[in-house]
Every structure is written in C-alpha cells, then in structure tokens.
Design a protein around this ligand. Structure first.
Ligand SMILES: *[C@@H]1O[C@H](CO)[C@@H](O)[C@H](O)[C@H]1NC(C)=O
Ligand SMILES: *[C@@H]1O[C@H](CO)[C@@H](O)[C@H](O)[C@H]1NC(C)=O
Length: 555
C-alpha cells in the first residue's frame, strides 16, 4: 500500500489542505449549471461491466493457464492485505445467477472480458487451445443472448498469459502483436457469429503506465521513462492489426464492430485566463487519452507528446526520443482503425504548469511538465483518486467529439467505489454520482456528441487490482467472506433500474421520488446481510475458513 500512496501524493497535490472525507459530502458544491430533465435517444443501450480476472475466480481450473495477474497477486506485498483474485466472485460458476441480476436491472448489454490464458494457456495458439475455457464463454454468450442482453466483449483486460511475459517480456516485445492477433482471431472464429461488439484493449494507459512504469500493476516493472511508451507503442500496433484482421476476414460475414476502450480523466486549467495552465491542461489530456486516440484517429502521437518527450530526451543527451516513432506506412495502417470508441471515465483534475528539470530522473509523469490538483470540496467517497466531478465528463465527451471527428462512442466504464469496510447497501453517494454523471452525458448528447451506450462500472463488487477487495465498485454487494459469495443489491440497483426504464430523467417530480424509493428497500437488505455476516462469524469461531474455496454452485 505504502509505495502507491506515496507515489500518488507526489503527483496529486491538494489545492488547500483536505477536509476529511466525511465532511466532503456536500454534493451541491459540485454543481455547474442546473439539472437537465430529458430522455436519451431511442435505442440508447444501458449496461454494466466486469472483467475476467476481477470476477471469475477459478484461476487454475479446467486447464486455464496462468496470467501475469495470477503471478503478481501471489507475490507478497503487491496487493492490499496480500489478497488475490483466486476465487473473487466465483463468477466462473455463477453465470446463471449473474444473468438474473442483469435481468432484474433490465440491462440492454453486458460488458465482460475473455481471459486469454483461459482459452490459450501459454498464450500461443499453436501450443494448445483449451476447449473447456472456450465452452465457458460460449455458454455465457448464449445465455446472454437468450435473455436478450447484448454481449460487448473485451479481448484484453490486463491478464496477459504469464508465459508471454516470461519468455518475451510481455508488451515490451513487438512479438505480442502477432500473438494477440492469433488470440483475437480465435475469438472472432468461435464467437463472432454471435458477438457484434469487440473491444481490443481496456484502458491501455493503465497497462502501460502502471504495468511498465510505476510497477503498481502486473507485471510490476519499473522501466521509468521508457517502459510505458514502448508498451503503448506495441499495444497500438496490436490494436490496429486486430482491427485489420476483422476488417478483411470477418466483417463481411459477421457484420460486427471493433473498437478500443480508452480511459481518460478530464483536465481543467486551474486558471482559465492563464495560457500556461490552459496548455498544461491540454497536455494532461493528450498524454492520457490522446496518447492512444490520436494515433488511432489521426495516425500519429499528439504533437505535444512528440515535442515534450523529444525535448527532454535531447536534454538527457539521448540520440533519439524515448517516444518511439511510427513509419509512414505504419501511420496509414493505424489511422482509422476504430469502428466505435469506448470511453472509461471516472474523475477530473485541475492542472497547472510545472517544470521538471530533466536532470532529476525521467518518467512519464515528469515528461508532462504539469501538476495535478484537486478541489477539497469535491466529494471523495471511495478510491483515493476518485473525486466526483460530473461536469468534467461532459467536457471530456465534447473534447472527443471535436478532436476525433465525432466518433461513435460507447461509455464502457463509469462509476464510483466506496471504501467503507462495514457493509453498507444504502449507497446514497453512488446514486448521486450516477444521477449527475449520467445527466452530464445527456447534456453532451444534446451538445451533439454521438454517445450510443453507457456501461456502469461495475455490476458486482470484485477484486480491485492492487487495492484487493478494499474498494467496492459494484451495483451489487458481494460478501467475499462467505464461501458462496452471495450478491446483495445496493440501493443504486433500484435507482439505475429507474433510469433505464425511463431511458433518462423524464421530469423533476418523478426523478425526485426515485431516491426515496431506492433507499426504502436497502435497510432491509442491510439487515439480511448483517444477519448472514453474524452467522458466518459464529461458524468461523469453530472452524477457520480455508483461503481457497471448493467448487460449488456449478452451472
Ligand atoms: C503481506 O506479505 C508481506 C510479506 O510477506 C508481509 O510483510 C505482510 O505483513 C503481509 N500483509 C498481510 C496483511 O498479511
Ligand atoms: C523479444 O523476444 C525475442 C524472442 O522472440 C527476444 O530475442 C528479444 O530479446 C525480445 N525483446 C525484448 C525487448 O525483450
């Protein structure tokens, strides 16, 4: 925990000394303009999401190979409380249960990811294809379709086969491009007749920066100033290759779409009259979202990245930029390889110009020459980095519209965590977060942004990477201490359900009733959960629970 906390503090400063989180709950201070009553375009798709490593469990079952996350989480000291995703929500055994939760919400789509090592244990197709792993996804997809829920499938949600890491250095190595293309091709071959929405990568920024620069995520490498750029370079090429594979070999038959899911916080200048702050805020967004979106929409990295990293590399006495370059052939191959853009968005920062002399070590963070700040009045109920700033969402969506030619957008991740260790199903703060963020998305659509769907992050509480189980993003609470991993609805389930059934926010009278109705049921759910917890605690006094639970509830 400690290293991560320290590194965060070093690049996120407070505008003023922060109040304690509990004092922060004045949501009105967030307001920029009034609430907009209205509905979404007909056919707007409402969903929720998950990812394989975070929810499936069954990490070594039915022939699955190891991923870099299996190995990373088993190392002591990497994850909060040394927790792992070994069993997590046991989603592998609970497909039926989880689909009934989606039906309760009346979701139009469900976003999940395919674990590469579950279907190719070494990562290499010619080594071995694991039919049992394929069968799991086959059943999941079929059951979704039977229930009229559209699958949106992510190919890479961070769980690289460990073998590819050990043998080739993972995303540091260009050979990943072909291996990933083989994996994607198998997925198109087996599932493409039923899956029409493919996402190549989820949040490649995090893969590059946290996997290869800070080492907070698997594979835990700290290749400061070079590792993230190289990983991103190969990921962009791999994305383009898979898009071309689909385009030339499958599109005619399968008529689906291939996109990518990029994450990006919004960066707002601290002082909107200061040109340096305005430029620094622009750099913040270009180094984040633009790093990946600009090559995919325009063929090359953002000019500010080329300028800043090039300048700093020269000051270091390097012969060439630490930012790799695309050949002109590669540029035209990469440009335009996106049928829709997935956007993951959670929060916003204020940005100001700050020079980092190149002598004092280099990193992705110092290359940007900026400082991130937060307003202490912004609500911060859960994850340390996640402040609720709804208006930033509308700005980011408008930025995407103007920068990349108004692409078709699916919001692939949006949500908020809670940190409370106690069981709390009356999640007011999540209700406010969804209400305000979804409302800002509605305003963005009125601005002309082409948003086609929205995905709550996430359906269930789950393994939250280096934070273990300490941060809960779910609409449904999961009791991880109970071996059956029961799910309990939070109040936000009822609230989101009403947004879905009204396709937005029809009028003030109705919407004002929703919160009261949503919280009516949660106190009884709270009691149920508390009773179950007491019971399991009593049992625990008799027999210490094993860490890995036996197989159960098989579908
Ligand atoms: C995690 O593992 C490390 C290294 O073995 C140990 O020092 C630490 O106390 C462990 N933490 C917990 C919460 O068990
Ligand atoms: C990439 O993998 C090849 C083996 O295929 C190896 O020779 C090479 O050193 C690797 N490159 C890096 C940067 O690890």
């Amino acid at each position: 925990m400690l290293p991560r906390y320290v590194s965060r503090v070093s690049h996120v400063l407070m505008l003023v000394l922060c109040l304690s989180a509990a004092d922060d709950f004045d949501w009105t201070k967030n307001d920029r303009g009034s609430f907009y009553y209205g509905t979404f375009p007909t056919g707007f798709s409402w969903g929720a999401g998950s990812s394989a490593y975070q929810t499936e469990g069954a990490w070594d079952k039915d022939g699955k190979g190891m991923s870099i996350w299996d190995v990373f989480s088993h190392k002591k000291g990497k994850i909060f409380l040394n927790d792992t995703g070994d069993s997590s929500c046991e989603g592998y055994y609970k497909v039926k249960d989880d689909i009934s939760l989606m039906k309760e919400l009346k979701l139009n789509h469900y976003r999940f990811s395919i674990s590469w090592p579950r279907i190719m244990p070494t990562g290499i197709r010619s080594d071995h294809v694991n039919e049992k792993g394929l069968k799991y996804y086959e059943d999941l997809i079929n059951m979704l379709l039977e229930n009229k829920i559209t699958p949106i499938v992510t190919l890479y949600h961070w769980d690289l086969p460990q073998m590819l890491q050990e043998k080739y250095g993972g995303w540091q190595n260009i050979s990943m491009v072909n291996y990933f293309n083989d994996f994607a091709s198998l997925c198109f071959e087996r599932f493409g007749n039923r899956v029409k929405y493919w996402i190549t990568f989820n949040n490649p920024w995090s893969v590059a920066v946290e996997g290869y620069e800070t080492g907070e995520h698997a594979p835990g490498l700290k290749l400061k100033g070079t590792g993230a750029y190289r990983a991103a370079h190969h990921i962009i090429k791999a994305h383009a290759k898979v898009w071309h594979t689909y385009d030339t070999q499958w599109r005619n038959k399968q008529k689906g779409m291939v996109g990518i899911s990029l994450s990006g916080d919004w960066g707002e200048p601290v002082d909107i009259t200061n040109q340096k702050d305005i430029e620094a805020a622009e750099r913040y967004v270009q180094f984040y979202l633009g790093w990946f979106a600009t090559p995919i929409y325009h063929g090359d990295y953002p000019q500010v990245m080329k300028d800043y990293i090039g300048k700093k590399s020269a000051q270091q006495g390097l012969g060439s930029s630490r930012l790799p370059t695309f050949s002109s052939q590669e540029k035209s191959y990469i440009k335009g390889t996106c049928d829709f853009l997935g956007i993951g968005h959670f929060t916003t920062r204020y940005i100001t110009q700050k020079n980092f002399p190149s002598g004092r070590g280099t990193s992705y963070y110092t290359d940007r020459d900026l400082a991130e700040l937060v307003d202490p009045r912004w609500p911060d109920p859960g994850s340390e980095w996640l402040y609720s700033v709804p208006w930033g969402f509308r700005r980011l969506l408008n930025f995407v519209k103007t920068q990349y030619g108004n692409p078709m957008i699916y919001v692939t991740e949006n949500g908020v965590s809670e940190k409370m260790v106690c069981t709390e199903l009356c999640d007011d703060w999540r209700i406010y977060y969804f209400k305000d963020y979804i409302n800002e998305m509605l305003k963005a659509i009125k601005d002309g942004v082409n948003v086609k769907g929205y995905t709550v992050w996430s359906l269930l509480d789950k393994f939250e990477w280096d934070e273990g189980y300490s941060e809960r993003f779910g609409l449904y609470y999961v009791d991880f201490r109970n071996k059956n991993k029961p799910r309990y609805p939070k109040a936000s389930v009822q609230y989101y359900k009403r947004i879905i059934s009204s396709n937005g926010f029809p009028n003030q009278r109705e919407v004002e009733n929703w919160k009261r109705k949503a919280t009516e049921t949660c106190s009884s759910s709270n009691q149920l959960l508390a009773a179950a917890r007491r019971k399991s605690k009593e049992n625990k006094e008799h027999a210490e629970m094993p860490k890995v639970w036996p197989v159960h509830d098989e579908v």
